[in-house]
Structures are given as structure tokens and as C-alpha cells.
Design a protein around this ligand. Structure first.
Ligand SMILES: *Cc1c(COP(=O)(O)O)cnc(C)c1O
Length: 369
């Protein structure tokens, strides 16, 4: 602590200087987060002091969280779905596996079926919950092999995970087939749509992944990715509106008697921001955003292949990956690398068409001569 505080101007000059060290979004191709939509920022500022961890004090804000759940449940074919706003995909996935575990509390040595493409949040979840992971191999297009998954189910299996929009390759697992397998075995089936949940419904030809498939139990979706909300806002949506109550603990001294959330104090601001974007844009607006991102993805793939870097796979969503050595990417561009060492880019809303062209030009110049 400073003993004596400093002047506000001095303080903010210091903060601004530090902020200028952050990477300019113009060069960020590696992130699933983006610049928040202006209506999200405006809503966020309006709800800055709200705490959803004590909803009795903020009934208005709480009703907006419920409206967000309603919007997402309806989008996913289940208007009466339950759910709540989490801090992101990690919390949603942890909570989903807690629910899966709780659904089979009789099992002493529980396991879960998870594809090899899973986000690392499942490692955290399984570690905390004492769940053994049964990894499922991927097919040549980096999608989970559904028949192999079926073969891994045994009497100790408490749940299965499918991914609708993998973090590394933007692939959608065969969710319809997996949902049918889950139904057959009466198994808890969680769909991790942290990324794809606000992309797939707005594609010209949506891939089935949601509650329209009877076997799907829960869905994770991150408004702070393609939903363009402020950070942090995730969502866990449950087909059964009562399901989350199985996680209830008593909460003395709060305005509510029980809570099923993982976090205690929870910001209302980004949650209202998320709702604001969905209501401001509507389905038509979201379709336009997604169409733009998909178009840029296709242009990026075509341009990279012209330069000589082949795609790793044709993605279902706006993630483009390439066979490309690390030295081929010039500064200050920020891309990332998959576990299989493919160059990975995500065409988020801030990656406008002119930024794709600028990147392609930089790649061209850096790699010819
Ligand atoms: C981003 C992502 C997560 C993790 O979300 P956080 O908001 O970073 O916690 C989980 N699963 C998938 C598929 C993701 O893309």
C-alpha cells in the first residue's frame, strides 16, 4: 500500500501507460474474446454495483439474469429451461460435472467420457470432483468418435461431454448421435457450447446441438465470446428447470436461503451487458455478425492456402487452423498454436475484413523472397 494516496490525474496517467502495453486488438487473431459491443458497455456501466450473489437486494437485475436464461433456453429449443450466468465456460463446465456427479451419487469410482479435444477446464473439474476421465479419440476432422464414446460407457460412468465448437479447431462433435447414445444409457450429457453456442444457431445451416435433441441435459455458452458482452459472462443452461437445486447449499445472512452457484458474489453488470447485446441485435443482427465472421474465416483460409499454408481442417465455425511453422508469423501479429502445433486463428467480430487482408499481406511479405 502507498502510505499517502496519489492524485487522480497521476494515478490515471500511470494506468493509461500500463494499458498501452496491452496488445492492440487490430493484431489479435488468437482470442475467443473480443471488443465488447457498445450496448454491452453502456449496460455494464449502468449496473456496475449490482451483485447477483444476493439477488434479494437486486430483484431488478436478477430478473434480467432470468431473462437472459430465458432467451438462451428459447434459442436452444427449451423456453422453460433453467440456468444461471456463470463467470465463463470454466465455471459452467465445472458445475455441469458437479450435476453429473450428483445425478449418480451411488457410484463410488465415477468416470466421465470426454473427447480429447476438450477444453482444459474439464481437467480442473475432474480434479476437483475426483472424476476419472475416459478420453475419446477424434476422427480425421478432429471430431469426437461417437462409437468409441459409446464403447467406453460402463456402470461407473456418470456423464458424457460433447463439444459444439472446439476451442482449437472450431469443430462441432456429432452431438445428435451422442445425444442418442446418452438417451439409450440414461446418461447425463453435457454439451460444451462455450464458443459455438452463439454461433451455430445463427449459421445458414445450423448443426443440431441443443435441447431439440432429447438426450442433451445441459449446455454451456459464453456470452463473453461471440455474444460480445463485457467480461465475465458465461451461462449454464439446464433442460430441467429444477436441476440446479440439487447443488443447493444453505446461505445464512443473505436475502435468499439457498444458492447453487459456484461463485458467491457475482457481477450483474456483464450479465445485463450480455442480455443487452442479444436484445439489441436480435436474431437478424446476430446472423449478420456470424455471417461476417464466417466469410472472413473462409477468406483467411483461401488466402493462406494461396501463400502456401494448407488448412488443418475445414472448420464448422469461425476458427481457422493451418500447417505453418512458428517462424512464418511476423510480429506484432498474435496467433496461437494447437496441441498438434497447427497455427490457430479465430475470426472474432473485431477481426474485420481489412485486418484479414493486412494479416495475409504481412504473411505474404514475411514468407516470400
Ligand atoms: C473458452 C472455452 C471454455 C472456457 O471458457 P472460459 O470463459 O475461458 O472459462 C470452455 N470450453 C470451450 C469449448 C471454450 O471454447
Amino acid at each position: 500500500m502507498l502510505n499517502k494516496g496519489i492524485r487522480e490525474e497521476e494515478l490515471f496517467a500511470f494506468l493509461a501507460e500500463k494499458k498501452s502495453a496491452d496488445i492492440d486488438h487490430d493484431y489479435i487473431l488468437s482470442s475467443m474474446c473480443t471488443i465488447p459491443h457498445s450496448v454491452a458497455v453502456r449496460a455494464h456501466c449502468m449496473f456496475m454495483e449490482t451483485n447477483l450473489g444476493d439477488p434479494g437486494l437486486f430483484p431488478g437485475t436478477f430478473s434480467l439474469e432470468q431473462l437472459l436464461v430465458k432467451r438462451l433456453g428459447t434459442l436452444y429449443g427449451c423456453p422453460d429451461a433453467g440456468g444461471y450466468a456463470t463467470s465463463g465456460g470454466t465455471e459452467s463446465n465445472i458445475q455441469a460435472l458437479r450435476l453429473a456427479r450428483a445425478s449418480r451419487s451411488d457410484v463410488a469410482e465415477p468416470n466421465v467420457i470426454v473427447p480429447e479435444s476438450a477444453h482444459f477446464s474439464f481437467k480442473k473439474a475432474c480434479d476437483m470432483l475426483g472424476l476419472t476421465v475416459r478420453p475419446v479419440a477424434l476422427d480425421l476432422n478432429f471430431r469426437m468418435d461417437a462409437e468409441m464414446a459409446a464403447g467406453l460407457i460402463d456402470k461407473n460412468t456418470v456423464g458424457m461431454v460433447g463439444i459444439a465448437g472446439t476451442t482449437e479447431y472450431g469443430m462441432v462433435d456429432p452431438i445428435a448421435r451422442l445425444a442418442a447414445i446418452a438417451s439409450q444409457h440414461d446418461l447425463f450429457f453435457h454439451v460444451d457450447a462455450a464458443f459455438g453456442g452463439l454461433v451455430i444457431p445463427f449459421l445458414d445451416d445450423p448443426i443440431p446441438f441443443d435441447f431439440s435433441l432429447p438426450g442433451v441435459t445441459t449446455i454451456a455458452v459464453d456470452p463473453h465470446k461471440m455474444g460480445m458482452s463485457t467480461i465475465p459472462c458465461g451461462g449454464l443452461i439446464t433442460r430441467d428447470p429444477e436441476l440446479l437445486n440439487t447443488l443447493n447449499v444453505d446461505t445464512p445472512y443473505l436475502t435468499v436461503k439457498q444458492a447453487y452457484t459456484l461463485a458467491g458474489t457475482r457481477p450483474g453488470a456483464p450479465v445485463v451487458g450480455a442480455l443487452a447485446v442479444l436484445d439489441y441485435l436480435g436474431v437478424e443482427g446476430m446472423k449478420a455478425v456470424v455471417a461476417g465472421c464466417m466469410k472472413n474465416t473462409q477468406r483467411l483460409i483461401a488466402g493462406m492456402e494461396t501463400i502456401g499454408f494448407a488448412r488443418a481442417v475445414t472448420p464448422d465455425l469461425n476458427v481457422a487452423t493451418f500447417a505453418c511453422p512458428k517462424v512464418a508469423v511476423p510480429a506484432p501479429w498474435r496467433v496461437s498454436w494447437t496441441r498438434k502445433n497447427h497455427l490457430r486463428t479465430v475470426c472474432m467480430p473485431h477481426v474485420h475484413a481489412d485486418r484479414v487482408e493486412a494479416f495475409l499481406l504481412a504473411m505474404q511479405e514475411h514468407n516470400t523472397r
